[in-house]
Design a protein around this ligand. Structure first.
Ligand SMILES: C[S@@+](CC[C@H](N)C(=O)[O-])C[C@H]1O[C@@H](n2cnc3c(N)ncnc32)[C@H](O)[C@@H]1O
Length: 307
């Protein structure tokens, strides 16, 4: 045990896993390129199953893959006939990987955009997007309100937006460090500083990191399901479907968690037991210039409630 740890850090360190690779080490995959594509295609199908909608008809549609990663989902949208796909990323490595993947498959009908300055997005894409999808990105963005606002602005009236958010911060493994500590909700017991100090000392997390959001590649914004729902309320879109606790291979867990949340209608309980949400939105077909009203703006400006 490290002598420099204070009492809380010693306790948390005892809860952490032993003998795991240093922080940020990526496990080398043994999968072939084709196997990787098949794996990603499964994930893509699961995404739509969790939404409980058919995979949209992408034929001749203008599409945005919001947080495209290495570009697998955008590839599938292109293979399904999308006219043009905008791939948005903050990681240059991933954006480059996405472009290479698409070219390798013979697709050049995409635009690759650095989305670091989210507010600039509406000036880069006309408000004529038919379909926006975003898989496992919302929990990572430092400015969720601006991201939703940018989605709203670039969607055409009547356009569809599909967002998978997983997991929410106050759920059992909200901050994405289950590989290092598998005890559920432990991040609500120990402080962020305590946890980061131990990760730096024990696993070599970069010493300059001062918050979960700053962790490279897996930073999270601490949004709870309640914060997220409040943010969503501020726009003129129709919620076509909104499903929570979706796990494609564990319907019983989904049902049990949702029953629990329904039986105890308290926000605090909801925040602890709603793990993910898959939501399908339609921008109002009569929406004019995409601005929330002043009173809605105030709610949005409040931003996420800190843990
Ligand atoms: C967990 S990955 C998901 C990637 C891809 N959607 C998938 O499901 O394979 C989250 C991605 O969101 C990207 N990201 C984070 N903030 C973003 C933002 N403001 N705009 C676009 N992408 C962002 C990250 O760089 C990362 O590649």
């Amino acid at each position: 045990m490290n002598k420099r740890f204070n009492f809380a850090e010693k306790c948390f360190a005892l809860c952490c896993k032993k003998n795991i690779p240093p922080w940020g080490t990526t496990k080398k995959t043994d999968l072939s390129r084709e196997e990787l594509i098949d794996l990603q295609r499964n994930e893509w199908q699961h995404f739509w199953e969790r939404m409980d909608v058919h995979i949209p008809n992408f034929k001749n549609k203008v599409v945005v893959d919001y947080g495209c990663g290495f570009g697998y989902d955008s590839l599938f949208a292109m293979q399904s006939g999308a006219k043009h796909v905008y791939c948005l990323e903050v990681s240059q490595t991933r954006l480059k990987g996405a472009r290479e993947l698409h070219l390798l498959h013979g697709f050049d009908n995409a635009t690759y955009l650095d989305n670091t300055n989210v507010e600039e997005l509406p000036s880069k894409i006309d408000a004529g997007v038919d379909i926006i999808f975003s898989r496992d990105v919302m929990e990572h963005v430092p400015c969720p309100r601006e991201v939703l606002d940018s989605m709203y602005r670039i969607a055409k009236p009547g356009g569809r937006i599909y967002i998978g958010f997983s997991p929410f911060y106050k759920s059992p493994y909200g901050p994405h460090f289950k590989n290092h500590c598998a005890i559920p909700w432990i991040h609500l017991i120990f402080s962020e500083q305590t946890i980061l100090n131990v990760f730096k000392e024990k696993y070599g997390l970069d010493s300059s990191v001062n918050s979960y959001q700053e962790i490279e590649g897996s930073g999270v914004n601490k949004l709870s399901c309640y914060d997220y729902e409040k943010l969503l309320d501020g726009f003129d879109w129709r919620r076509e479907s909104e499903l929570t606790n979706r796990f494609h291979n564990s319907p019983l867990i989904s049902k049990t968690l949702n029953l629990l949340v329904k039986a105890i209608p308290l926000n605090k309980v909801r925040e602890l037991f709603v793990i993910n949400s898959y939501i399908s939105l339609q921008k109002s077909p009569t929406a004019a210039e995409a601005r929330p009203t002043d009173s809605e703006e105030e709610v949005l400006m409040a931003g996420p409630v800190d843990a």
